[in-house]
Design a protein around this ligand. Structure first.
Ligand SMILES: *Cc1c(COP(=O)(O)O)cnc(C)c1O
Length: 395
């Protein structure tokens, strides 16, 4: 018999009843150190006092009014994010995939407004992940996810990552923009090079395209900068954000320069919930914490430590781990072919640690941004235990 919750996920058989900082507590009383962070969502860990306070205070005052009216919390959040980034304007939505869809609409409308109504295609990348709505899914391009859902939405092609020549060859007179994750997450923590982003930027200038970054999981401090693109210094025209933005409260946005957003006038896009007072109130509180002096620099510093510890694990256990990937608190360990990432995830869970898998046989290492050295050490020690147990089995 089908479960009452539609069985679209392969869920682990554990129910958590409480979270506190870096730890989750299951209904059976077991404690887990959480290096999943709700898939890069719980930026401040679980039940951060400042977020609980913001949620309770806003919850007692006003939750939702619709976008028929001005929303003070949203105007404040938008202004802060505009001041902190390349963007001049943004649209609040409720999830990552919605942010991608909105960004795609913005790009097409930009071309239309500039006398190029035929330009609608977006160049994407192999192993990308942009979400599960029909256009976001076509932009993702994963055959397995697309199967059975009819013809994929038109206009999405996939180039290999970090190969500018292939991208250039794909551009035709229907191309509207280029969509790229500065670091691919689901794809297995695959990083773009600054040279590649620079080349994409130059191509966008040359051919009149818009550059669209998906920073849904790289944003809000995870790489040791507020946004990952800051490392390259190459700014986009459009950017999708979500995940860490609400620290667990569902909120996302697509943001753009004034020039790119030329077509986004009243009536062109909408969302009933998007950016409601509760969501934007919590997101402002997340930003308050991230912007505290030294907070994000601390992620960068501790990320370097985590990276060196993970590299040591790879060196010590080459039959289990073949490669460390990523930086900041967005890292991964590629497992040896004999040890599947899925088996590693299960082993770590049995040892009291939670991590999400990714493509290319990678387990992601996503501590909350509040994780201190002791918490990182705890996670690394469990990773080592898991490695030893796999080694003992293969003897
Ligand atoms: C998670 C994710 C998405 C989709 O976000 P949802 O909130 O699940 O719709 C899109 N792009 C990237 C890079 C992501 O990591």
């Amino acid at each position: 018999m089908i479960t009452a919750v539609m069985p679209t996920y392969g869920r682990k058989d554990v129910v958590f009843e409480r979270g506190e900082g870096n730890y989750l507590y299951a209904t059976d009383g077991r404690r887990y150190v959480d290096f999943t962070s709700g898939i890069a969502v719980n930026a401040l860990g679980h039940c951060h006092p400042a977020l609980v306070k913001a949620l309770n205070e806003q919850g007692a005052k006003l939750w939702h009014t619709s976008n028929l009216f001005r929303i003070g919390n949203g105007e404040k959040l938008a202004q802060r994010l505009a001041d902190l980034t390349f963007a001049d304007t943004m649209f609040f939505c409720n999830s990552g995939a919605e942010a991608i869809e909105g960004g795609i609409k913005l790009i097409r409308k930009y071309q239309y407004m500039n006398g190029q109504p035929k330009r609608y295609k977006i160049i994407c990348f192999q192993a990308a992940f942009h979400g599960r709505l029909l256009n976001a899914l076509a932009a993702t391009g994963n055959e397995k996810y697309l199967e059975g859902f009819g013809p994929p939405a038109a206009g999405y092609r996939h180039a290999p990552l970090n190969n500018a020549n292939v991208v250039r060859d794909m551009i035709d007179d229907e191309t509207a923009g280029i969509l790229v994750e500065p670091i691919q997450g689901e794809g297995g923590i695959r990083e773009t090079t600054p040279e590649f982003l620079k080349a994409l930027r130059a191509m966008c200038e040359e051919f009149g395209l818009l550059l669209f970054y998906d920073e849904i999981h790289t944003g809000f401090g995870r790489t040791g900068k507020l946004f990952a693109y800051e490392w390259s210094g190459v700014a986009p025209d459009v950017m999708a954000i979500a995940k860490g933005m609400g620290g667990g409260f569902p909120i996302g946005a697509f943001m753009a320069t004034e020039k790119a957003a030329v077509g986004m006038v009243p009536g062109t896009h909408g969302s009933t919930y998007g950016g409601n007072p509760l969501a934007t109130g919590v997101a402002n509180a997340v930003l308050d914490e991230l912007l505290k002096p030294g907070f994000i620099d601390g992620v960068h510093e501790r990320g370097k430590y985590l990276k060196s510890e993970l590299e040591k694990l790879v060196a010590k256990h080459p039959k289990v781990f073949v490669q460390q990937r990523g930086s900041g608190f967005l890292q991964g360990l590629q497992c040896a072919p004999a040890v599947t990432a899925g088996a590693m995830v299960d082993r770590l869970q049995s040892l009291g640690m939670l991590v999400p898998p990714a493509g290319e046989n990678v387990v992601r290492i996503f501590p909350a941004l509040i994780a201190d050295k002791a918490v990182l050490d705890e996670g690394v020690a469990i990773l080592e235990k898991a490695a030893l147990s796999f080694e003992a089995e293969s003897k």
